[in-house]
Design a protein around this ligand. Sequence first.
Ligand code: TRP
Length: 363
Amino acid sequence: MAQPKIILTGDRPTGRLHLGHYVGSLRRRVELQNSGEFDKIFILIADAQALTDNAANPEKVRQNIIEVALDYLSVGIDPAKSHIFIQSQIPQLAELTVYYMNLVTVARLERNPTVKSEVKMRGFNTGIPTGFFTYPISQAADITAFNGTVVPAGEDQEPMIEQTREIVRKFNSTYDEVLVEPSILLPDNKSCLRLPGTDGNAKMSKSLGNAIYLADSPAEVERKIKGMYTDPTHLKVEDPGHIEGNTVFTYLDAFSTDQDFADFLPEYKNLDEMKEHYQRGGLGDMKCKRFLIKVVERMLTPIRERRAQYEQDIPGVYEILRQGTAAAEAEAAQTLARVKAAMKIDYFNDGALMKEQIEKYSK
Ligand code: TRP
């Protein structure tokens, strides 16, 4: 039988999702979901992972589960096609993590570049929580529990997938061929790999206050885009401008289409023509920003409308999560059973072991 194609991906519920999430992964998930090419799709709300650096702040995680669920539904994740589920409600994930921990060295975790940079960013002044340090292992459990073959995610997740693949190989060679090696599916547009914040900082994040959220109102979007970082040397409209590192153009790279030009800025056929004019001089930042506002609004309007509908039915959203979680648990339970059988630690279902020991003691 051909390997089933299974998507597993997710996000930490530490805040609402923003445009970086959208271009880095959400948009792709919806396309893949609607392509009909996948046998199963699991979307995880990684609350247990969020707690690894929020131990004292479970309320933040608790409040953001519904926010992330609303964001998922509003971008078009369809619960009839994709199981949306809550990580902490699946005990099998914690069990798998414990067994995988034996297959990973401390030195290997210390080398994980994403963990390294996150540790640096967070500055943990009383030391790194063990749960945080080991979260790549728990993420390997998230992926393998569902036999995930494809993980649509941003480039910061690459080291996690690599580490997962190593765990899979190690498990399979140590015990038995049970686990499936996943691969990451990165955005194909380079500017979508990591969308910068509105201030030009490499990362869009809540803590830096430089994010545009999917749920932002039109007034908020307008205010944030108007205040966006551009080219500090582009002082007068006539001055030649720079595209590189110019956040407005990075966003246009990520979002604008030729149709947007036809509808909102027909003096250019496409982004290349607009860039040329900017670099030559004579194109003002405000004009670029006003175009970007229209591009982003065209994209966010249907998302906002869908969100407003789901916000009117919070019990319905919880029901979606409950059903998604039940489906996910059934799947994870099957994998855990196979893992335990391969490790030969399912003692109460192990007839061979019983027989062996009866013989041993009947001599
Ligand atoms: N690490 C991801 C994030 O920071 C969340 C996540 C947890 C995840 N488990 C996953 C992503 C499994 C992809 C696959 O948002």
